[in-house]
Design a protein around this ligand. Structure first.
Ligand code: HEM
Length: 185
């Protein structure tokens, strides 16, 4: 897993529990990397899982909830640092439809050793969209957070339902996203 992901998790954790508590977590969690992450380095995903576990306890939440919040955080960060990927997209569905064939293709060019999931997407109607996420890593809550922040980014609102999925290629979920009409007061 790319170092940029770890750097972002620690920056979210700083904002949640403060730098000193984050240092305590880094010192008390057994990490082969020693906890000094470089944005351009590559680290085992199990270290991310260990950090999510330890940080969530400190933040008084569950690892799953922290994963979702982290997904939201990183989407917002990528929207700033890699805004070119958002150009030309006017809806969340357009954006989500472009991850597999465009965004992650560019990510792989930037980072040839990136470990990426696969997505199969289809429009169910103009208002609803299906995204089948498969990964070798247990990051389905992270993925949901990214989807939620993506919808928010385009000023939309939606119901997201999620059905777990397990195949020979990995596990994940089918996300069904239904746009909702916002009530204007
Ligand atoms: C809503 C849009 C997006 C979704 C749902 C999404 C989903 C994901 C997920 C779930 C992962 C974790 C790896 C896994 O599950 O196996 C991932 C990894 C990653 N994504 Fe995306 N992504 C999105 C947009 C972006 C954008 C805009 C960028 C731009 C830089 C990006 C860059 C990356 C990078 C660098 C990784 C880490 C790869 C690694 O650690 O080796 N993604 N993405």
């Amino acid at each position: 897993m790319k170092g940029v992901v770890f750097v972002e998790l620690l920056s979210l954790a700083d904002s949640l529990i403060g730098e000193d508590a984050v240092d305590d977590v880094l010192n008390s969690t057994k990490l082969a990397s020693g906890g000094a992450f470089s944005a351009v380095g590559n680290y085992p995903c199990r270290e991310l899982m260990a950090l999510l576990d330890a940080l969530s306890h400190h933040a008084g939440t569950t690892p799953e909830n922290l994963q979702t919040n982290f997904g939201k955080w990183i989407f917002r960060r990528f929207a700033e640092t890699h805004s070119t990927f958002m150009e030309g997209k006017t809806t969340a569905f357009q954006m989500l439809d472009s991850i597999e064939g465009e965004v992650h293709v560019e990510v792989r060019k930037l980072y040839p050793d990136a470990e990426l999931p696969t997505f199969a997407t289809r429009y169910l109607s103009a208002q609803s969209f299906e995204m089948v996420y498969l990964s070798e890593r247990p990051l389905v809550d992270f993925c949901q957070g990214m989807i939620e922040a993506c919808i928010e980014h385009f000023g939309e609102t939606a119901f997201i339902s999620r059905t777990p999925l397990s195949t020979a290629e990995g596990s994940g979920a089918t996300f069904t996203i239904r746009l909702t009409t916002r009530l204007v007061a």
